[in-house]
Design a protein. Structure first.
Length: 383
């Protein structure tokens, strides 16, 4: 089986929003043209023959406009017709109109958007009017039957409102994907909002409990990914997988980077799609060598951790941000990952091998009548 490949296209780093903790957007800069899309498609076609997911990210990718997507989506499908191609997008949806929604729906592009909770809380972090404009875009997406999931960024401030945030997601029936606010390699502005690793670990356990308490009404994608990793013994999302060589991002000018988080930083540039670098040429770059050094660091320093196979030291970017890009540790959220992985693994072992474990699995409920990890697994399989 071929390893799935992830290509992230960043049409622009520009964004009309002004989220207080954002580290990945700008308010000016170039826009990707269709020749860059054509070159990126040809480069990937020559680089490997794996199934590929193409994610449009940013900045705000809808700033590229309807003409861009009306041409780019079929261009990518035709250029990669010999393999399975899937699309995705991350957008605040402010610019989604019927014309854009029509083309995205025609090419089966699901969208991830961002809401941090109820209107007042959301707008206190993301700017006045953000909530209303994003909800309007979600209504356009719904009319065109475009699936939308909702990323919720928890900050040092908003984590104190976690009960209200969970109620918001329950009442609206939104699928939740959560991000902790993070430090940045670019500047120190987001530092005040960054969620402490210990708090993040407790938040993940809290969300696991909420998920189980509202099984069938609430879905937390991060918990799904963590449980799946424990079950299959490997990471299934980029945070918990060795992403080196299976993910690349292409910036507005065609620059190639290891991930969208590095786009625009010259020291992490690996080439340009117009030059169609080979895998060997990519591996000869300084960016590749530094990320390979992180992989080796994890192999050495995490070798005795029970979760190493499906954690892999967490996200390399997160690990590099506090040190200015030097490999000197794993993802600082290791504390949080260990906390939730221990919780899931220990609960699963107790359910499976404790008294009445097999009976509970067959009955679909653990002892005491409350849903457990096995119930969550059963729901995941049935989706």
């Amino acid at each position: 089986m071929k390893t799935p490949f992830h290509l992230m296209l960043i049409p622009t780093l520009r964004c009309p929003a002004k989220c207080a903790y954002c580290w990945s957007s700008e308010h000016q800069g170039p826009m990707m043209d269709l020749e860059t899309v054509r070159a990126a498609t040809a480069w990937i076609a020559a680089l490997n023959d794996s199934p590929v997911t193409v994610t449009f990210h940013g900045g705000e990718p809808l700033l590229a406009g309807p003409e861009f997507y009306e041409a780019a989506l079929p261009m990518i499908e035709e250029g990669l017709a010999s393999r399975t191609v899937a699309f995705a997008m991350q957008s605040n949806l402010w610019l989604l109109d019927d014309r854009l929604a029509t083309v995205l729906a025609a090419h089966n592009v699901p969208i991830g958007t961002s809401l941090d909770g109820p209107p007042e809380l959301n707008d206190s972090q993301r700017g006045t009017g953000y909530f209303e404009r994003t909800r309007a875009g979600m209504e356009v997406a719904a009319r065109h039957e475009i699936p939308v999931s909702v990323i919720c960024t928890f900050t040092a401030g908003s984590v104190k409102e976690k009960d209200a945030i969970v109620r918001f997601f329950l009442e609206n029936g939104y699928v939740m994907k959560l991000h902790p606010a993070l430090p940045s390699l670019r500047d120190s502005r987001p530092d005040a909002y960054a969620l402490a690793p210990e708090e993040y670990g407790e938040l993940l356990v809290y969300l696991l409990d909420q998920y189980l308490a509202h099984l069938g009404s609430l879905r937390v994608m991060n918990i799904d990914d963590i449980v799946k990793g424990v079950l299959v013994r490997r990471g299934t999302v980029c945070t918990f997988a060795d992403c080196l060589g299976s993910t690349y991002a292409v910036g507005p000018d065609g620059g190639i980077y290891p991930c969208y988080r590095f786009v625009g930083m010259d020291e992490w540039r690996m080439g340009n799609v117009r030059d169609a670098p080979t895998q060997a040429e990519l591996e000869s770059t300084e960016a590749w060598r530094r990320l390979a050094a992180f992989r080796e660091y994890v192999d050495e320093h995490c070798r005795d951790c029970r979760h190493i196979r499906y954690c892999r030291g967490g996200c390399p970017y997160n690990a590099l941000a506090p040190t200015g890009g030097e490999v000197a540790g794993v993802d600082p959220h290791c504390v949080a990952y260990r906390r939730i992985y221990d919780e899931v693994a220990d609960r699963l072992n107790a359910e499976m091998f404790g008294e009445g474990g097999m009976e509970a699995m067959i009955a679909g409920r653990r002892r005491g009548g409350k849903p457990g990890i096995m119930n969550l697994m059963q729901q995941m399989v049935s989706r």
